[in-house]
Design a protein around this ligand. Structure first.
Ligand code: PLP
Length: 382
């Protein structure tokens, strides 16, 4: 059986988990800060906050950015629904804008039109997504956001290790928060770094960092924090705001530390697999996404677009190849339809959805497996 994506767990990963299981710490312990420091260094940002999963990362990010029942936040319909749901957790309104069909990313021109059609101050922020691992043009989005006083929360779940070079020749790693206010990652098993459940928020903003740490653990302020209002002794801690229990356990943080050591290796494997797909599908009726030279794609997904998507999906399953569809447009989910969205609102996203298929892409995919996948796809479409 060949899935579209899967985790890679080595003996070293297993040893790291066992080591932490034998330590005094099952949940918060020294591995949390160690993982945060290593991750911040890998991504190239100042601060990182480990949380229970990517969805929790999105939720406390929205809280730290001040999303509330008066907020309107723009995002893409082609993403995992959590990129939109986080705004709803805080009572805000999600406003979708269509994708660019060439990149499948949130279309900056569509966002610009939306902003121009409303009085300034209508919108609070943008949640762009590095869909599939393709880094979104944060240089362009930053300029636009600054014009309208908006914050940017980058959903970089698909793109650890991805990067792009801006117009001044400066390299920006996905999630480094050099252009976004905050960025988030997930360590779900299909993602680059897999811990089962787990997530991370990254930022360069000290004030946001402080809030994130507080919201991750109930909203509590602990001993040693100068923000304590009172202090009755060593036991004393203070609930200053309403937060959640979104902590990532030490055991999983140590698994993350071990996985992170292989991040570059895994990324190179993904890029090599993509290069082979690019070669064989060029000039066929399998449509592929080729990023420009200034973009280094992280290839969480390898998406093809074909005429008879359902036919190919069903055919590949008979060959034990489990391709997947990413994503059903979020605005077409019954929950978001119930909030006023409807079919026809975002034609580029809807058209993309009719034809897209994510084919196997993960570091341990062998050359033989990949050639088998390629020959079955080409055999079907010809
Ligand atoms: C996986 C994912 C999430 C959510 O992450 P979880 O860890 O599963 O909560 C959010 N956004 C995108 C784009 C994702 O792919």
């Amino acid at each position: 059986m060949i899935p579209y994506g899967k985790q890679h767990i080595t003996d070293e990963d297993i040893a790291a988990v066992i080591e932490t299981l034998k330590s005094p710490f099952l949940t918060s312990g020294p591995k949390v800060a160690e993982f945060e420091t290593a991750f911040a260094q890998y991504i190239g940002c100042k601060y990182a906050v480990a949380v229970a999963n990517g969805t929790a990362a999105l939720h406390i990010s929205c809280m730290a950015l001040g999303v509330n029942s008066t907020s309107k936040v723009i995002t893409t319909p082609i993403t995992f629904s959590a990129s939109a749901n986080c705004v709803r957790y805080c009572g805000g309104e999600v406003v979708f804008a269509d994708i660019n069909p060439e990149t499948v990313l949130l279309d900056i021109e569509k966002v610009r039109n939306l902003l121009e059609q409303h009085p300034k101050g209508t919108f609070d922020g943008i949640i762009p997504v590095d869909f599939g691992g393709y880094p979104v043009d944060l240089e362009g989005f930053r300029k636009l956001a600054d014009e309208y006083g908006l914050w940017i929360l980058e959903d970089a779940c698909h793109a650890p290790g991805g990067s792009f070079i801006d117009n001044l020749g400066k390299n920006h790693r996905c999630g480094d928060s050099s252009l976004a206010d905050l960025a988030i990652f997930s360590f779900h098993p299909v993602k680059h770094i897999a811990t089962g459940e787990g997530g991370m928020v990254t930022t360069n903003d000290e004030e946001l960092y402080r809030k994130l740490k507080q919201y991750r653990s109930h909203g509590m302020v602990y001993q040693g924090d100068p923000a304590l209002i009172e202090n009755h002794g060593g036991w004393y801690m203070e609930l200053q705001e309403l937060g959640y229990n979104y902590r990532m356990p030490d055991v999983l943080c140590n698994l993350g530390i071990s996985q992170l050591k292989r991040a570059d290796e895994g990324l190179e494997k993904r890029q090599a697999i993509a290069k082979r797909y690019d070669e064989v599908f060029a000039g066929t009726n399998v449509k592929i996404i080729i990023p420009p030279a200034n973009v280094s794609h992280a290839y969480h997904l390898y998406v093809i677009q074909i005429e008879d998507r359902k036919g190919l999906y069903d055919y590949l399953r008979t060959k034990q190849i489990f391709a997947q569809v990413h994503y059903i447009p979020v605005h077409l989910m019954p929950y978001y339809k119930g909030l006023g969205n409807k079919a026809g609102d975002f034609p580029n996203a809807e058209n993309y959805y009719e034809h897209c298929l994510s084919i196997p892409m993960y570091p341990t995919l062998t050359a033989e497996e990949q050639e088998f996948v390629i020959s079955e796809i080409l055999g079907f479409v010809r």
